[in-house]
Ligand binder design. Structure first.
Ligand SMILES: NC(=O)c1ccc[n+]([C@@H]2O[C@H](COP(=O)([O-])OP(=O)(O)OC[C@H]3O[C@@H](n4cnc5c(N)ncnc54)[C@H](OP(=O)(O)O)[C@@H]3O)[C@@H](O)[C@H]2O)c1
Length: 263
């Protein structure tokens, strides 16, 4: 199976790395960027990189558009006729709807939208996937298997995709702000900054794993930390007074609204 990844920036490189290391012997990868030179982050992998998007997509079963949204129109125009009819095009940009992508490709391709996030760089991404009307079941399964090298995939409807951007696509940024603030608090309490970041990161990692593996709700897990008249409930009450939850909801909603405007 030939997979063409157009763009070798953060997302394209993460995908290429995940796929090259997946152990899937039958995946023939070809990459493109503006120079035709493999980026340094992929230098240790024996991958083909070229400048011509049209050459790269020729005969490809799966084409992944990992260029910036502002480059989409030009790149799609380049590959539109070079891609074989019925090939699967996976878009990872916000703002390009299935309808728009189908129209830009002249309806020749099976179009899928995916929304990854940066933890995909280490195979721990959350990748929401939605399919165009003409996508066959086996194509959708294959696309999810290919994207699965980046982390956990979940099928959603297109109408849910902007919510995904607010909740998992953009959310690593809010989480890092939270960790950064916790580290500052740690310094205030006498920890070294690097020590505080390390502790906060492990706390976050463990908390996420517990949430995923315990089957308990976030509220139940929060209750487990709060002993009566203890320290944690003081912090929780303070967060509530500061409007913490409202601020998070407002931030995620801003990301969703921006994604919706981009469409
Ligand atoms: N970063 C995220 O957290 C994130 C999350 C979800 C979705 N996305 C989406 O993922 C896509 C890629 O984002 P990114 O962060 O990986 O961007 P990026 O790091 O800026 O990479 C863009 C890549 O596109 C290449 N490129 C530009 N013009 C090209 C052309 N005409 N033909 C072939 N390649 C071309 C660039 O080549 P050079 O290397 O030669 O400049 C570069 O490798 C975007 O649509 C973005 O919205 C990103």
């Amino acid at each position: 199976m030939k997979i063409a990844i157009l763009g070798t920036g953060k997302m394209g490189a993460a995908m290429a790395k995940g796929m090259a290391r997946s152990g899937e012997a039958g995946w023939n990868l070809v990459l493109t960027n503006t120079t035709g030179v493999l980026p340094e982050s992929l230098a240790d992998l024996a991958l083909r990189c070229m400048k011509s998007n049209a050459d790269a997509v020729s005969g490809a079963d799966i084409i992944i558009l990992a260029v910036l949204p502002q480059q989409y129109q030009a790149v799609i125009a380049e590959i539109r006729d070079a891609a074989q009819a019925g090939a699967c095009l996976i878009s990872i940009a916000p703002g390009y709807t299935l309808e728009k992508l189908t129209s830009l490709t002249g309806g020749r391709l099976q179009v899928i939208r995916a929304m990854p996030n940066t933890p995909a760089l280490i195979g721990e991404g959350m990748i929401a996937v939605c399919r165009g009307a003409n996508v066959k079941d086996e194509t959708f399964d294959l696309a999810q298997r290919v994207l699965g090298v980046l982390g956990h995939t979940e099928a959603v409807s297109e109408s849910q995709l902007n919510a995904v951007i607010g909740v998992s696509g953009s959310a690593p940024a809010y989480v890092y702000m939270f960790v950064d603030a916790l580290a500052d608090a740690g310094v205030l309490g006498g920890l070294h900054h690097s020590q505080a970041v390390r502790m906060a990161a492990q706390m976050l990692y463990g908390s996420a794993a517990l949430l995923r593996e315990s089957g308990k709700s976030p509220a139940e897990l929060r209750e487990m930390v709060c002993s009566p008249a203890g320290t944690t409930i003081e912090a929780v009450a303070s967060l509530e007074e500061s409007g913490f939850r409202g601020a998070v909801i407002k931030a995620a909603r801003a990301a969703m609204e921006k994604a919706s405007k981009m469409a």
